[in-house]
Write a protein that binds this ligand. Structure first.
Ligand SMILES: [Zn+2]
Length: 190
């Protein structure tokens, strides 16, 4: 496990936060509305544009929520990359009590995502590995019971991140450190 003791250096962030691989790719979705130049027919100034990018590891196929894509290059997301690169996985068993109105759907194929999003917002669907175990209706509230895996450098940081991300009343019943997934050598893809 030499990877986990490496010092943080310049560009330490430019790799997969789980397996350390530097084999990354970015999927960019661009949608734009442009004026048309009346003489040349060329695409001219932008009326409206949306760009969405997801960086993914080619070795373990995980999304990289500590990396963003701007102006043609991948950049670290402040307040997140150091924790995820230098951290280890923590698994929390917890509940979040949210307003029932904030859950888009609590049954059917969308339920797990809706409940994870209601509990932890984008963190629940983009960063954490969230497993919704079950949920209970309590008058106009829904109590979501979850197992969450997230990366942090200490138990205090892990619970702090969970508290900041929670969109309702959070109760952590257990929090345990897991071992890091093995570092990828790039040679043992399967
Ligand atoms: Zn990876």
């Amino acid at each position: 496990m030499e990877g986990s003791t490496e010092p943080i250096t310049e560009r330490s962030w430019l790799r997969c936060y789980r397996c350390w691989s530097q084999e990354l790719e970015v999927q960019v979705h661009y949608e734009g509305i442009h004026r048309i130049d009346a003489t040349t027919g060329e695409r001219a100034e932008v009326v409206d544009e949306i760009q969405e990018a997801v960086v993914q590891c080619l070795d373990c196929m995980h999304d990289q929520p500590h990396l963003g894509f701007q102006n043609g290059r991948v950049e670290p997301i402040e307040d997140r990359w150091e924790r995820m690169i230098a951290g280890t996985p923590w698994v929390a068993s917890c509940t979040v009590a949210v307003e029932a109105d904030s859950v888009e759907s609590c049954s059917g194929p969308e339920a797990a995502d809706s409940l994870a999003f209601a509990a932890f917002g984008d963190f629940g669907t983009r960063e954490f590995f969230t497993h919704v175990r079950f949920h209970k209706h309590d008058e106009d509230q829904i109590v979501v019971h979850l197992l969450v895996e997230l990366y942090a450098r200490s138990p205090e940081e892990a619970s702090g991140v969970l508290e900041d991300a929670a969109r309702g009343v959070l109760a952590i019943t257990s929090l345990a450190e897991e071992s890091r997934p093995p570092a990828s050598t790039g040679a043992d893809r399967h």
